[in-house]
Design a protein around this ligand. Structure first.
Ligand code: ADE
Length: 414
């Protein structure tokens, strides 16, 4: 029995899902294959992802492949209530609402696991973590699953290292068709979309400080530059710091960047990146946003302790007034700004990511017996298949190696 905010919202949700689906040709092609071949016939699939329109379409594609699907959100602030309601009408079991308390969020994860899945899809690792920590009894049936994001893969590898991982998990984030496009172009666009629609302020001419220069940080910095900002990158990894410098960005320690930034965006996957060392140095009016999976990158405790008052000044904007009267503005309560204050990545980007999810889930269902409980890469053939489907959808033809070129690449003689 599903739990959603309001079934009367379903009509709007169906429209959003239809719009997304119409811009996801790769996943639509996989849907047609799944409808024919029913790779998940009779299986239970539990999904924990940011529940918005593109995710809903993935759930429908897996359902079309014969699965009974149960879904919950992977963040207390990223579920869209209209989309959740529409999915219930589409025959999916949904435990998801926008703006959950920590207890409700956890309760929904457990309810989703109580559907006794054969396969799972996770984003950020909460479903797998709670299963291993609190409900290992529900792991018995699980053949394996897929993980969407960098943070989730770090947690899975920690479980694997301790010898505790109970089933194989495919690291979807590490596929080329995921991180090259989703992390870079998806995050790059959706983060600035979230910041701009939330603040309605100009980016051009301002200074944007991007904290972290992984694939997501690269995208956020690149798009900030395109919007006309002066961009400063901060890093802890010396190699990534040089990469950012060679890519044309200013690179400095965050304590030096703190007084300069108009916008700060954290994209590190780590905790307390902006904290009491930095807030007192910032300008009046500085805007703080996080794009990492958890709301730990901007230290909200430190910010609260340094403030004499806190109030919401606009939807998803909290004003923290420091003791000396300077005001700092935190977006979306430090939750990932592109989903908690936006619609997530563009549909064409999530098309490739969710195509990888669907095909990797099929792969792990077919091969779980051979691989054992470990973190696996997406097979390169699946990565290439998704890229080829995408090129076909774009109407782009590429060259092929001739036989002579293949032989050349395999030879060692001078
Ligand atoms: N939409 C659904 N899942 C998402 C994710 N992990 N990042 C951005 N947009 C999304």
């Amino acid at each position: 029995m599903s739990i959603v905010r309001d079934m009367a919202l379903a009509k709007d949700g169906h429209r959003k899902i239809a719009w997304a689906a119409a811009h996801m040709p790769v996943l639509s092609r996989i849907r047609e294959e799944f409808e024919r071949t029913k790779p998940f016939a009779g299986l239970n699939v539990a999904i924990c992802l940011h529940l918005e329109a593109k995710t809903a379409y993935l759930a429908k594609v897996i359902h079309a492949g014969g699965a009974n699907v149960a879904i919950t959100g992977s963040n207390p602030l990223s579920t869209q209530d209209d989309v959740a309601a529409a999915l219930v009408e589409d025959g999916i079991t949904v435990y998801a609402k926008y703006n959950l308390t920590a207890d409700e969020y956890k309760d929904f994860l457990i309810k989703t696991l109580e559907t006794e899945p054969d396969l799972i899809i996770d984003d950020g690792g909460d479903l797998v973590a709670i299963l291993h920590a609190e409900r290992p009894d529900l792991a018995k049936k699980i053949r394996g699953g897929c993980e969407e994001t960098t943070t989730g893969i770090i947690r899975l590898r920690a479980l694997e290292k301790e010898g505790k991982l109970r089933f194989p998990m495919v690291a979807v984030n590490d596929a080329y068709c995921k991180h090259l496009f989703d992390n870079r172009y998806g995050t790059g666009q959706s983060v600035w979309d979230g910041i701009m629609r939330t603040t309605n302020l100009v980016v051009a001419g301002k200074t944007a400080v991007v904290v972290g220069y992984g694939w997501c940080g690269k995208g956020v910095a690149m798009r900030a530059k395109g919007l006309g900002a002066r961009v400063i990158v901060t890093e802890v990894d010396p190699i990534k710091a040089i990469e950012a410098y060679m890519d044309g960005f200013e690179v400095m320690a965050l304590e030096e960047a703190a007084p300069l930034g108009d916008f700060f965006v954290t994209v590190t996957g780590n905790a307390s990146c902006i904290d009491a060392r930095h807030f007192p140095k910032m300008k009046d009016g500085a805007i703080l946003a996080n794009a990492g999976h958890f709301d730990v990158e901007i230290n909200k405790n430190d910010l609260r302790k340094l403030s004499r008052s806190v109030r919401e000044v606009r939807k998803n904007i909290t004003e923290y007034t420091l003791e000396d009267g300077r005001r700092l503005y935190l977006l979306a309560d430090g939750r990932l700004v592109n989903l908690a204050a936006g619609d997530g990545h563009p549909a064409e980007i999530m098309d490739m990511t969710f195509a990888l999810q669907a095909l990797s889930l099929q792969y792990i269902n077919e091969h779980h017996g051979e691989v054992g409980p470990r973190v696996l890469e997406v097979p390169y053939a699946i990565d290439q298949q998704v890229a080829r489907y995408m090129l076909e959808a774009l109407g782009i033809r590429i060259d092929e190696l001739t036989d002579a070129q293949k032989r050349y690449l395999e030879s060692w003689k001078v």
